[in-house]
Design a binder for this molecule. Structure first.
Ligand SMILES: [Zn+2]
Length: 330
């Protein structure tokens, strides 16, 4: 069983310790228009990204999934340079961001002309089977996303195309949920269209603090991401303490095989640097890729969570996801 990384396919069992959702570079669509004041300085960015990769590796991380959407600055060649410089295995994505914060006008025009489903499918197919924009680098996951409280008609077109190409290729599907909503609906929609639940991870589920909601998703046989540790209180996100409380409740009920941990860090912003207000910067001071290792794991251990459970949530479950091994064991 193989998975595509930015330096080529590797055996799934070589993934090792894995962060399932981190961005080396990311830009909200629109950054491309601010190049005069916010140009991409590749040498500086690469140096910073290599530092981040080496920091991750100092905690034993061997693989990072970087699910940056196509229109948010996805740059497979840049990721390949990080990987070649450090030995960190990086898996990139194909897919578009949710309607509210993505670059929706492009495929909305195609939707108006009724070719969007076919156009998105062809994009996925070409990138997955031939590579991204002539680089030969293939995505290891499809990134899907929906907004708060509903999956829009625009977003549904990507879900349909993803299900279609998944059935032909078996590629893993990783999602973005917004503010802890639509997790159950995302899983249901994909499974109804024939996607293997063992190859699905519903992301950002830790935006919701109700264990029953998480179970509603995992009981469909998919995995979930507690993948925003360090993103606290801003934009309606819960605190890390609330995340831990929710996670402990789920682990107590035996869901350790279906949960994966990460931070959803953005390590380099495309466009001009974001200057945050002091109070917000303070709340986000732990939003960096060492936070889980430095702060969250010690806290979990104090609550009695074992090394074995931690290994599952930081690697074993990722290998099982990419192998398509049964997710649900509870
Ligand atoms: Zn993300």
């Amino acid at each position: 069983m193989k998975v595509e990384t930015v330096t080529g396919p590797i055996s799934v069992e070589l993934l090792g310790k894995t962060l399932i959702h981190e961005h080396f570079i990311f830009g909200y669509p629109g950054y491309q228009g601010d190049v005069t004041l916010g140009p991409f300085k590749e040498d500086e960015a690469l140096e910073a990204a290599i530092d981040v990769a080496q920091k991750m590796m100092s905690y034993g991380v061997r693989t990072v999934v970087d699910p940056t959407p196509n229109e948010c600055g996805r740059d497979p060649i840049f990721l390949k340079k990080i990987s070649e410089a450090t030995g960190l295995q990086i898996i990139c994505a194909t897919g578009y961001y949710y309607e509210g914060e993505g670059a929706s006008p492009y495929f909305k025009l195609r939707q108006a002309h009724r070719t969007a489903d076919e156009d998105i499918y062809e994009m996925f197919k070409t990138e997955i089977t031939e590579g991204i924009a002539g680089t030969g680098i293939k995505p290891g996951v499809i990134k899907l996303a929906s907004g708060k409280g509903k999956i829009s008609e625009y977003e549904k077109a990507f879900f349909r195309a993803a299900a279609r190409i998944h059935k032909e290729t078996g590629i893993v599907i990783l999602t973005h949920t917004q503010k802890g909503t639509m997790g159950p609906e995302q899983a249901k929609m994909l499974i109804e269209q024939g996607v293997d639940p063992n190859k699905i991870i519903i992301g950002h589920m830790c935006g919701n603090t109700d264990p029953a909601y998480h179970k509603e998703v995992m009981d469909q046989g998919v995995r979930i991401g507690f993948d925003r540790f360090g993103v606290q209180v801003v934009a309606g996100t819960p605190s890390d303490q609330e995340r831990i409380t929710t996670l402990l409740a789920l682990l107590d009920e035996g869901y350790e095989d279906q949960i994966l941990l990460a931070h959803d860090t953005v390590n380099i912003w495309l466009g001009r640097p974001v200057i945050m207000k002091e109070e917000i910067a303070k709340k986000l001071e732990n939003w960096h890729p060492a936070h889980i290792f430095d702060n969250i794991l010690p806290a979990l251990k104090e609550y009695g969570i074992t090394e074995k459970q931690i290994d599952k949530m930081l690697g074993v479950n990722a290998e099982a996801l990419f192998a398509g091994a049964p997710a649900k064991v509870v």
